[in-house]
Ligand binder design. Structure first.
Ligand SMILES: [Mn+2]
Length: 321
């Protein structure tokens, strides 16, 4: 059931032992939201813990230091930035998959799997909503909490460049700078630094790029072999997805990544007016207007064909806005 922000705040206020989960393979916003909410709740005297269960990109490891583990029996389970229980980062026994009390999210594709959902798809990042909540419960926004919020805001907006960035996002980022974060340093680490292995994989991936439909669609792929050859850490790969869309005139940029033989993860990035989430929904995936993902099974050429067939109606007779 969807609820209003004040109801979500009331629920958090009325519970003392709160477990926070996020989506699998958490990104900057999932981690930033989780850690910021955890610290905010602790600062008002509650037991809170944020848990994720996958390897995270090296650049986010610093965040781990901001909430040590504690031991308590949760009475309220919150999921942040997670649109579907299928992708919830859960304990190996899946104990909370169907038992999330409150979901706080900004994905319009949210399946409303939680008992209560506060969803604001105008928020550039879930971290925006978390900052509103933290302020409403009277939490202290210290430098580490501010850093977690900033990482969420900046990563989900491509460092405040994507069209989801609003004046509110910018004001919040400015407030986080006033709280003492080193934005220049964070931006350099998050957006200006590539590992050598990542740079090698980027070159290999770009070499596979092809253009279609009057060059309005650009598509590239990464095979397991390329991944292995480059020595790239799995967690670094998602950054590649933004490359095809950067080419002038491209409305749909697609990146096909071999997850295992016969199974491919597809990332779609679009420019207006094409909706990436609508393309991915054709294959049972979803996401945002400008960034979405799905999985397609088959050989690489079959997957490419299926994908191009799905993309064509979205770009045929469509001009960039
Ligand atoms: Mn997000």
């Amino acid at each position: 059931m969807r609820i209003e922000l004040n109801q979500a705040i009331e629920m958090l206020n009325s519970h003392d032992n709160i477990l926070i989960l996020a989506h699998r393979n958490p990104d900057g916003d999932a981690l930033g939201s989780g850690y910021a909410l955890c610290r905010a709740l602790r600062s008002v005297g509650k037991n809170a813990e944020f848990k994720y269960f996958d390897k995270i990109p090296k650049v986010f490891l610093e965040l781990e230091a901001c909430c040590e583990n504690t031991d308590f029996e949760p009475s309220f389970v919150v999921a942040v930035d997670c649109a579907d229980s299928k992708i919830l980062g859960d304990f190996p026994d899946g104990r909370y998959k169907e038992k999330v009390d409150l979901c706080i999210d900004h994905h319009s594709s949210n399946t409303l799997y939680a008992k209560y959902t506060y969803l604001d798809d105008n928020a550039a990042a879930t971290s925006e909503i978390i900052l509103d909540i933290a302020r409403a419960i009277g939490a202290e926004i210290d430098t580490l909490t501010a850093q977690a919020i900033y990482i969420g805001l900046s990563t989900d907006t491509g460092c405040f460049r994507y069209s989801n960035t609003t004046s509110k996002t910018m004001r919040m980022a400015a407030d986080m700078m006033d709280a003492g974060i080193n934005a220049g340093k964070l931006n350099r680490i998050l957006f200006e630094t590539k590992s050598k292995s990542y740079a090698a994989l980027e070159a290999m991936a770009l070499a596979t790029l092809t253009k279609h439909f009057s060059e309005k669609c650009a598509i590239m792929h990464i095979t397991l072999e390329m991944h292995e050859k480059s020595g790239t850490d799995e967690t670094e790969i998602h950054a590649l997805a933004s490359l095809p869309r950067q080419i002038e005139g491209v409305l749909v940029g697609a990146t096909i990544k071999e997850a295992e033989p016969g199974r491919y993860k597809v990332s779609i990035r679009t420019n207006p007016p094409v909706n990436a989430s609508e393309i991915c929904q054709i294959f049972g995936g979803g996401g945002h207007k400008r960034a979405a993902g799905c999985e397609i099974h088959g050989t690489l050429s079959e997957v490419k064909k299926q994908l191009l067939d799905a993309i064509e109606p979205f770009v045929r007779d469509v001009d960039p806005e």
